[in-house]
Design a protein around this ligand. Structure first.
Ligand code: NIG
Ligand code: FE
Length: 417
């Protein structure tokens, strides 16, 4: 780790916040604070100072200097919902989908999550780790500095422990901030085909205690949706998780008005994610709650789902977070910049709103907004320097361009090109 880094002559330092701001809601999502012609200094991987070049007083010999004229500095993206530990890929289903089969139809034919589960259970832990590490390196180069990763392709004690151990190893061996989520109830496996309730019991009584005993999970998740797990199943699993101190972050309302949002809020979920089916009752439940509504624009795009009513949600005062859902079935991309462009076009969010949604609010949605998600003294210096760009809006407008030049994570500098 380089001890001291100084970035100077920054065209625009984006998303500066006091340490008291842990999320932004409603109208405040339209504002980001910026400082033009600025500097930022990093010491031991932590943001030490920042400000205008007019206040620049440093003994440059003590620092590794990065010149950033014409470039912008952003806090790294926080991707609060991914399934990036998976085996292989599922491009054949993608073709089935294009031919017209629905997500549920593919799942019923033994495709979907069950397909990934079979592959995962057959793949040795070391290979799974290597495949996942490649994805981690890809998202680092795309500007992500914190990521939540779920289990959920095990659907068995052995498979779940394997996934969660891989996540633990990624935490230990990479510079990213990583949170892990136990998603035991992601789909009903073949062995429990006509016995969903039996599988829920297995998750609660056999898998969860082992996961908790090894300290492998930070959070707990359930796929609470039509054709997967009911509100009642979710209630049972989240209650059992609470006994081990696991706060929920759940899949809700992707395929129907499933009751997922309400049961998530009831269990004080940190976030409820997907939200394609949101009506007045769901909005009512979310207002005043500590739960972050999180949209996954990649999944809605890739599966051709309806889009969450984000404008309405922001107008009534709710916060919104954006995550990638990086997974082999519904969103085979962890590119947060692309997710932000999709959110602007498909949900009619502004550039400022998507920046808040992909930094401070998504940091909140994974429980790290005290250490990440904004340019704040004392937070981790996970940030990136853009290429030369004319405006903040250009960053997401040029939706297919790689505009990230240099990434800094935990004091380590990754220079591209
Ligand atoms: O978030 N919705 C449930 N789970 C994943 C899909 C996982 C898969 O298809 O492999 C999602 O979209
Ligand atoms: Fe997901």
């Amino acid at each position: 780790m380089r001890k001291k880094i100084l970035i100077k002559n920054i065209k625009l330092l984006v998303q500066t916040r006091p340490d008291t701001t842990l999320k932004v809601s409603g109208k405040r999502m339209a504002e980001i604070n910026t400082i033009s012609n600025s500097y930022i200094s990093v010491k031991n991987g932590i943001i030490d100072d920042f400000g205008s070049m007019s206040d620049y007083k440093f003994n440059e010999k003590e620092y590794f200097i990065i010149e950033a004229s014409g470039k912008m500095v952003f806090p790294s993206f926080c991707d609060s919902h991914t399934h990036l530990v998976y085996a292989g890929s599922r491009e054949i289903e993608y073709i089935d989908k294009i031919k017209g089969l629905s997500y549920e139809e593919i799942a019923k034919r033994g495709g979907g999550i069950l397909n990934s589960s079979k592959l995962l259970n057959e793949t040795p832990e070391e290979i799974l780790y290597q495949q996942s590490l490649e994805r981690i390196n890809e998202i680092i180069s795309q500007g992500t500095g914190a990521v939540e990763i779920k289990s959920g392709y095990g659907l068995s004690l052995k498979g779940e422990l394997k996934m969660l151990r891989v996540i633990k190893k990624l935490k230990e061996n990479t510079e990213l901030i990583i949170k892990s989520t136990f998603l035991g109830a992601h789909a009903v496996p073949y062995e429990y085909k006509n016995n969903r309730t039996g599988f829920v019991k297995h998750v609660v009584n056999e898998i969860l205690p082992k996961v908790a005993e090894e300290g492998l999970a930070d959070y707990i998740d359930v796929f609470c949706d039509k054709g997967f797990f009911t509100v009642n199943d979710t209630d049972k699993i989240l209650s059992a998780g609470a006994k081990y101190g696991l706060r929920p972050k759940i899949h809700a309302n992707e395929l129907d008005f499933s009751g997922g949002v309400q049961i998530g809020v009831k269990h004080k979920a940190l976030s409820v994610d997907h939200l394609e089916y949101i009506g007045d009752n769901e909005i009512e439940a979310l207002l005043g709650a500590e739960t972050m509504p999180t949209i996954l624009p990649g999944a809605a795009f890739f599966l051709n789902l309806p889009f969450a009513p984000v404008r309405k949600m922001i107008t009534v005062g709710l916060p919104i977070a954006i995550a990638s859902d990086f997974n082999p079935g519904s969103s085979p991309s962890g590119n947060m910049k692309l997710m932000m462009s999709l959110a602007m076009v498909n949900y009619r969010m502004t550039a400022q709103e998507v920046i808040n949604a992909a930094t401070i609010n998504s940091a909140y949605a994974m429980g790290v907004s005290n250490i990440a998600g904004s340019i704040t003294i004392g937070k981790k210096a996970n940030l990136f320097i853009t290429k030369k760009i004319p405006t903040v809006e250009f960053f997401t407008y040029a939706y297919g361009s790689d505009l990230i030049d240099t990434v800094i994570l935990n004091g380590k500098i990754y220079t591209k090109n």
